[in-house]
Design a protein around this ligand. Structure first.
Ligand code: IMP
Ligand code: MG
Length: 190
């Protein structure tokens, strides 16, 4: 029996964004940030787990100095839809008071995570606070949110790959795929 990774990648029609499209966008966002933060040393915060690949690609493209830190929040569990309830699973380690903080997200769907993170991290008194998200789903927000740097606007479909998971799997792919119904059923049976 082939792995879920093999089943998904066997059909190139499932690809929404290729490795090249993603890397080109990452470069563009990194150039914007490097330009906007010249002379500053921002702290970039990776929102685990989904952002881990985007984050590492992004920081490698920056020409400014930066620090990195990690937070982990959970809202999805293993489901396709946000539970609406957000838990902090790992706090930041670096003191953020007076710092220029950039939060790096993989995807914004309902907007609840970004809304929550902004409220929470603002309380730590950073000098500035901005958000980056590689993907933004259109027409799915349930709260108002701001995101200063964004990559691709996409539709409502569930996507996986490049850090994004279904049931903790398929994060390992360098492309972003639309989840095929067949695979969803196969993974649900496991
Ligand atoms: P939000 O709080 O609804 O905006 O969702 C944000 C989080 O849900 C993201 O950081 C992802 O981890 C996860 N998420 C939202 N949409 C998808 C998707 O299509 N595929 C995989 N994860 C998703
Ligand atoms: Mg996430």
């Amino acid at each position: 029996m082939s792995s879920f990774t093999e089943q998904l990648t066997a059909d190139r029609n499932n690809i929404l964004l290729t490795r090249e499209q993603i890397q080109e966008k990452v470069k563009k966002i990194a150039a914007q940030i490097s330009n906007d933060y010249q002379g500053k040393i921002p702290v970039l915060i990776c929102v685990l787990n989904g952002s881990f690949l985007f984050f590492t690609d992004l920081v490698r493209q920056l020409s400014i100095d930066c620090e990195v830190d990690f937070v982990k929040i959970s809202s999805y569990g293993d489901a396709l839809k946000s539970s609406g309830k957000i838990d902090v699973l790992k706090h930041v380690d670096c003191p953020l008071e007076g710092r220029d903080v950039i939060i790096v997200e993989d995807i914004i769907d309902t907007g609840l995570s970004v809304h929550f993170l902004r409220r929470w991290l603002k309380e730590l008194n950073p000098a500035s606070l901005r958000f980056v998200s590689l993907l933004i789903k259109e027409g799915t927000a349930v709260v108002d949110y701001e995101c200063e740097y964004s990559g691709f606007k996409i539709g409502k479909e569930f996507v996986i790959g490049y850090g994004l998971d279904y049931r903790q799997l398929l994060r390992n792919l360098p492309e972003i795929y639309i989840m095929p119904e067949m695979l969803l059923q196969a993974m649900d049976k496991k």
